[in-house]
Write a protein that binds this ligand. Structure first.
Ligand code: CA
Length: 181
């Protein structure tokens, strides 16, 4: 009696189990197909992980090079909009280093005092506090420019121009909206 009942149950449940298994296999196959298709599309479009759309980041003045997750091609134009202020020194040195925007401290007393240290800056020949960009290790000044042209292909990085070993005493930061063209 029990064997017969089990056999009946097996006759009923086995097709359902097989159907479910087949549906699972179909789902996995369909999922794999979607992943392969997306990867193929991404490779053709040149998307390599980082995004290509507009975004806004907060760039702390104490930060090292900060990635923007924006992948640019050489010659591509990118619009920037910056808000906020920063400085390459703490507030108790604000007479030498007043708050500034992405244009940097070019006309401030601190720039003259530290003129001899120019070669130690992240980008020598460019004022302290200037907003800098980097793509594939090509470093370039951005300052208060509203639009830049990518000098190379890669992810766009941003940082304040300062002694790389002395960013820890900086203050403030900029909110930067980045719009690829
Ligand atoms: Ca500093």
């Amino acid at each position: 009696m029990s064997v017969t009942r089990n056999r009946k149950r097996s006759i009923v449940t086995r097709p359902i189990w097989l159907l479910l298994t087949q549906r699972n296999l179909m789902s996995v196959s369909f999922g794999s197909l979607l992943i392969v298709s997306f990867w193929s599309f991404a490779c053709k479009q040149g998307v390599r992980g980082p995004q290509r759309s507009e975004q806004t980041i907060y760039l702390d003045a104490k930060s090292d090079w900060q990635g923007t997750a924006l992948w640019v091609k050489k010659g591509q134009k990118v619009r920037l909009e910056c808000h906020g202020t920063w400085a390459v020194a703490p507030s108790n040195e604000s007479r030498r280093w007043p708050d500034t925007g992405p244009e940097g401290h070019g006309r401030h007393p601190g720039e003259k005092v530290h003129r001899s240290g120019d070669l130690k800056k992240e980008l020598p020949g460019t004022p302290f506090g200037t907003l800098l960009g980097k793509v594939s290790n090509v470093v370039f000044p951005i300052g208060d420019r509203k639009e830049i042209v990518a000098p190379s292909e890669g992810e766009l990085f941003l940082v304040i121009n300062d002694y790389p070993f002395y960013r820890h005493d900086n203050r403030g930061g900029l909110t930067v909206t980045i719009v690829p063209q």
